[in-house]
Design a protein around this ligand. Structure first.
Ligand SMILES: Nc1ncnc2c1ncn2[C@@H]1O[C@H](COP(=O)(O)OP(=O)(O)OP(=O)(O)O)[C@@H](O)[C@H]1O
Ligand SMILES: [Mg+2]
Length: 233
């Protein structure tokens, strides 16, 4: 059974239908990729799933329970965490202090394990604003993984990374989800990386689901090729 679902989710900004009737189902231990052009509604979708923005209609379900109007705080306490498209770390804190603060707030029993998995041990005493951008993105991922979440919603964790850093980041996400039985939703612009890493994929376009399914099936969908992948497919 899906651990986390959106059913018919619609979000508007005034007259702009940023999300229109979106369905999605996340399974434990699986990574579900969400791709689509700029402005397709990917970040809006994460905002609605994480409780940051109220949908106009539709439902969000955790273990089948309707949590559509639960707060961000309630969702975080019940195992739903997210990362942001732009890094959300405090630039003036050390990596260690930042992670420890969030670990205390979310009763994380094994912060050392997260630090180790993401190879952050070497920068633990460095100020966040002064470490390499790729390492800052790893700190963002660490923050999302604190508190033993069951669902992580990641908004472009690879944005701004060079190709091999991005590849490593996607690998980390997949390995961690499998190892910890976490359900992940991964928004990403690197289409090849998504097709390679994700178990299932949804393509959004103009706020609507253009296609959804196994990577090979989505990649071959004529609608996706026409509207998004073009001749590069
Ligand atoms: N706060 C806002 N107020 C009004 N319109 C917004 C707001 N945020 C987003 N939009 C609009 O909603 C639509 C979806 O935006 P969203 O940021 O969700 O897209 P996205 O798929 O994440 O894009 P990107 O790939 O550039 O990050 C766009 O038309 C955008 O201009
Ligand atoms: Mg976005």
């Amino acid at each position: 059974m899906a651990v986390f679902e959106a059913k018919g989710l619609s979000v508007r900004y005034g007259a702009v239908a940023a999300n229109n009737n979106i369905d999605i189902a996340l399974e434990q231990g699986c990574v579900h990729g969400v791709i689509g052009p700029n402005g397709a509604g990917k970040s809006t979708f994460i905002d609605a799933l994480s409780g940051r923005r109220r949908p106009l209609s539709g439902r969000v379900l955790l273990d089948g329970e309707d949590i559509t109007y639960r707060s961000v705080r309630w969702r975080r306490a019940h195992g739903i965490s997210r990362s942001f498209q732009r890094t959300s770390i405090f630039a003036s804190m050390t990596v260690g202090a930042q992670l420890a603060m969030i670990a205390r707030r979310n009763a994380e029993p094994d912060l050392a394990g997260i630090i180790d998995t993401l190879s952050l041990g070497d920068v633990i005493d460095r100020v966040c604003g002064e470490i390499a951008y790729g390492t800052q993105r790893a700190v963002d991922l660490a923050i999302a993984l604190i508190g033993q979440p069951r669902v992580v919603l990641l908004d472009e964790p690879c944005a701004g990374l060079v190709a091999d850093e991005a590849g490593r980041m996607l690998q980390h996400v997949r390995d961690l989800c499998r190892a910890c039985n976490v359900a992940a939703l991964l928004v990403e612009h690197d289409v090849e990386g998504v097709f390679r890493t994700c178990d299932t994929v949804t393509v959004l376009d103009l706020g609507e689901v253009l296609s959804s399914g196994m990577p090979a099936q989505v990649r071959a969908d004529p609608e996706v090729i026409r509207a998004y992948l073009g001749s590069a497919a």
